[in-house]
Design a binder for this molecule. Structure first.
Ligand SMILES: Nc1ncnc2c1ncn2[C@@H]1O[C@H](COP(=O)(O)OP(=O)(O)OP(=O)(O)O)[C@@H](O)[C@H]1O
Length: 238
């Protein structure tokens, strides 16, 4: 892509909270296309790593840089949280909002909103108050709202946690489409089946560090360290 915001370069980046290092030092390059899945035990730093890459966490050491200026990069990436943040307005308004904010006409924004609602199975709910949607429906809405501006990079923090198989399948389908359309995806999950289904490559977090980072086949078929092997066996690793 011309003027891509990628690569995102992390050099010896550290995130600390109240004087305690919770992630880092991390050196990593996010480039190319496809889906990177971030896995690891509870508290290993997955959420913090995603938030830091997106710009939601202040780094206390190291260097984080996009290929474009920070403001430009911010506008071309999006984030889906584990608990979706939904405006107390209609499904239509929730979806149209990012587009009107970006200067699209109300008509254009409404048309795109209707298209995206249909993609995530909310086509018949456009006028309904979004706050009355179920948890799974809210997550589908949040995903559509994040994708409606066709971000170059999309971060997702366990978007399918607490969702049933059917809702998860819809979300995975939308994510596969987004990837085919050129969005670079970076997503955390605890679901190893989902990691295998979606990943092109895997980041394994352990103790706030990137313990291993490999193409999906290599990661699952020939783990590089005993800790990775233990984790994949379902043993407790800290
Ligand atoms: N605001 C904060 N203040 C203090 N400590 C924090 C803060 N946010 C996260 N931490 C700590 O940082 C560590 C990493 O947390 P993080 O949420 O990134 O892990 P995670 O791998 O996403 O965990 P989980 O799988 O449970 O969601 C944890 O020990 C957590 O308690």
């Amino acid at each position: 892509m011309v003027n891509s915001i990628l690569p995102l370069e992390l050099q010896e980046v550290v995130v600390s909270k109240r004087g305690r290092r919770i992630v880092g030092p991390v050196t990593y390059t996010l480039a190319g296309a496809g889906t990177t899945i971030v896995i690891g035990p509870n508290g290993s730093g997955k959420t913090t790593l995603l938030r830091m890459m997106h710009g939601l966490e202040r780094t206390s050491e190291g260097r984080l840089s996009w290929a474009q200026a920070f403001k430009e990069a911010s506008q071309r990436q999006s984030f889906v949280f584990q608990s979706p943040i939904i405006m107390r307005r209609s499904v239509l308004d929730n979806l149209a909002y990012p587009l009107t904010l970006a200067g699209k006409s109300r008509k254009e924004a409404n048309e795109a909103a209707a298209r995206w609602a249909a993609k995530v199975g909310l086509g018949s709910r456009l006028q309904q108050s979004a706050s009355r949607l179920s948890g799974g429906e809210k997550q589908k809405l949040a995903l559509a709202r994040a994708l409606i501006r066709e971000p170059e990079v999309l971060f997702l923090d366990e978007p399918c946690a607490n969702l049933d198989g059917k809702a998860t399948r819809v979300i995975e389908g939308v994510l596969q489409d987004a990837k085919s359309n050129g969005t670079r995806l970076v997503m955390s999950t605890h679901d190893m089946g989902q990691a295998r289904r979606l990943a092109d490559d895997v980041i394994f977090m352990l103790g706030g560090q990137i313990h291993e980072c490999a193409p999906v086949q290599d990661f699952f078929n020939s783990p590089a360290t005993p800790e990775t092997e233990q984790f994949l066996r379902g043993d407790i690793v800290e």
